[in-house]
Ligand binder design. Structure first.
Ligand code: NAP
Length: 532
């Protein structure tokens, strides 16, 4: 399949203006390994085309949201098949645009396909509709009871911003798109400008699936921009009813503010910034400081640290065991070659971040990745820093995410100080505990705080590697996300794009089929609060 460089507005491609391709209306992806621009040029989607995509989505909404569940599930599976059918064309373009190795891209493609199939199952089961019936009680005294029936419907067209660090699984056909389409919401996606070719290929796969499943034109559109124009126009468009975003805190907060300023404010589900503390409890540290240090170094450098769940902070009680951990982690990091980061911008932000840590009074550098600076222009070299609890408590800058393979170890004088530090942390996606049986008493006292601070608490591992399933939460209090009631990974994500509607005393013939007498759709429902 050829990449055209044009936006996908429903079933058609936006006009590709050859004159503007040479001018300021076009941009190109850059290979982060070679620094070379990649063909073709991508047209920045015009304000008119963004508006048209949103209008088409609004027109599609009523038809799309009432598609039989089987048809909607088949559509999600068809998207998965069409993405897979792109074969090596997709894998190679994605490798060229991201610098990520083939195995990672193929793994991410499998995850993306798995997510779509999981949502197809969720749709078929129909539990997400949350069907509830309180039948009329005309004889009730002192007043008769009305007939009330509840179901959930999609919020409306959703704007999805592709993430730079997951070009497939958190991008055009990623978790937010799959969840929104499963919920019955048309999607207008904004491609991340770091991987526009990958985005167009995947967008065309979704466009094909829309066609194959005979769904309305506006069920899906894809727009491009390497600046904020198209994204702002999307969020401000009155047809858009929710936003899904993964990226920087600055970007996420800007979108939250835009959405809140609309005459009709809308929810923004932004996943932004997390340093994913790792707490090393004393008995675990005494028993296996070296092994934990090695595992930590591997987790920190995975994917050049470009994961939202990267372990950016380690907290432990000071002493020889913690020093063994630091020495082991530093030694392991010293053998890790620097690997390409996704974009020049992310690399630049990483260099500024580690410089901020390096020059902070009271912070020492404990380790660095191997010097392979000649390897490629945007190679990210791992860095490990150490500080004391009182310095960390006083320096807000030390609490900020440094996106990449950098981490800070905080030496705490005692368990109370460690606990107090966790209590004052900002919201996190994950908090990991390394513990042995003898650490359970301390862990038990920490858990209520950890639950308040993070979306996921895990033991003897690291937050990297986010399982896609039914019990996963990839969310957390601000600034990990804009709305800690939600998750961007796993089947629960469908709920972020739904809202309940109650039907009072509607004649059976006017009710949605799912709520009619006799349960003709055969879906799970509750009657008077109990499973029917
Ligand atoms: P980003 O700058 O937040 O951009 C993400 C997407 O949002 C892009 O499509 C961008 O558009 C758009 N955007 C950003 N600000 C916007 C605004 N004010 N209005 C409208 N659209 C806006 O993130 P990034 O490019 O992926 O990486 C930059 C930094 O984000 C990284 O260095 C890292 O710190 C952080 N990051 C964090 C995570 C995480 O999971 N925690 C993941 C990825 C990145 P344009 O690019 O076209 O302007």
């Amino acid at each position: 399949m050829e990449i055209s460089g044009s936006a996908l507005i429903g079933q058609r491609s936006a006009q590709h203006d050859e004159h503007n391709v040479m001018g300021s209306s076009a941009f190109r992806a850059v290979n982060p390994v070679t620094g070379a621009p990649l063909e073709p040029a991508f047209m920045r989607t015009s304000a008119q085309d963004v508006a048209l995509a949103c209008e088409l989505a609004a027109k599609a909404f009523d038809t799309y949201r009432e598609t039989p569940l089987e048809q909607r599930a088949a559509f999600l599976e068809r998207i998965a098949a069409c993405v897979l059918n792109l074969g090596d064309t997709l894998v190679e373009r994605c490798m060229a645009e991201t610098g990520l190795p083939r195995a990672r891209i193929e793994g991410e493609r499998a995850r993306t396909i798995g997510q779509l199939k999981m949502f197809a199952d969720v749709v078929r089961r129909g539990e997400f509709l949350g069907l509830r019936i309180d039948p009329a009680q005309p004889q009730r005294t002192p007043a008769p009871r009305v007939d009330l029936r509840l179901r959930h419907i999609g919020l409306g067209p959703v704007a999805v911003f592709g993430a730079s660090n997951f070009p497939l699984a958190f991008s055009v056909a990623g978790g937010d798109t799959a969840a929104a389409l499963a919920a019955g919401c048309p999607v207008v996606a904004k491609a991340h400008p770091a991987h526009p070719g990958t985005s167009e290929l995947v967008g065309r796969a979704i466009q094909q699936a829309v066609h194959d499943c005979a769904l309305p034109d506006g069920t899906f559109s894809l727009v491009f921009d390497d600046s904020i124009g198209a994204g702002v126009a999307l969020v401000e468009n009155p047809h858009i009813k929710a936003v899904g975003f993964t990226g920087s805190r600055t970007g996420g907060v800007a979108l939250m503010q835009l959405a809140a300023r609309r005459s009709e404010p809308i929810p923004v589900y932004a996943e932004m910034s997390s340093i994913n503390p790792v707490l090393l409890l004393p008995h675990a540290l005494a028993a296996r400081a070296e092994a934990i240090g090695q595992a930590f170094a591997a987790a920190l450098t995975l994917g050049t640290g470009q994961f939202c769940t990267n372990p950016g902070l380690v907290l432990a009680i000071d002493g020889p065991d913690l020093q063994r951990f630091v020495d082991s982690a530093a030694a392991a990091l010293g053998t890790q070659p620097a690997t390409p980061m996704l974009t020049a911008g992310i690399h630049g932000a990483y260099l500024r971040g580690i410089e901020r840590l390096r020059t902070q009074p009271g912070v020492e550098q404990a380790g660095m990745g191997a010097d392979s600076s000649g390897a490629c222009a945007h190679a990210g070299r791992a860095a490990l820093f150490v500080t004391r609890a009182e310095v960390f408590a006083q320096q807000a800058a030390l609490h900020e995410e440094v996106f990449g393979p950098a981490s800070l170890v905080v030496r705490c004088p005692d368990a109370q100080t460690l606990h107090a530090i966790v209590e004052r942390l900002e919201g996190q996606l994950t908090i990991a505990l390394h513990l042995d049986d003898a650490d359970h008493a301390l862990a038990r006292t920490l858990l209520p705080t950890l639950e308040r601070r993070a979306g996921r608490v895990l033991v003897n591992g690291f937050g990297t590697g986010v399982e896609v399933g039914h019990a996963m939460v990839h969310g957390g209090p601000f600034p990990a996300t804009s709305d800690g009631r939600s998750t961007s990974v796993g089947s629960l994500a469908i709920t972020r794009f739904l809202r309940p509607v109650s039907y009072q005393d509607l004649p059976d013939a006017l009710l949605p089929e799912t709520l009619r007498a006799g349960n003709p759709a055969g879906l799970p429902r509750s009657v008077d609060g109990a499973p029917a």
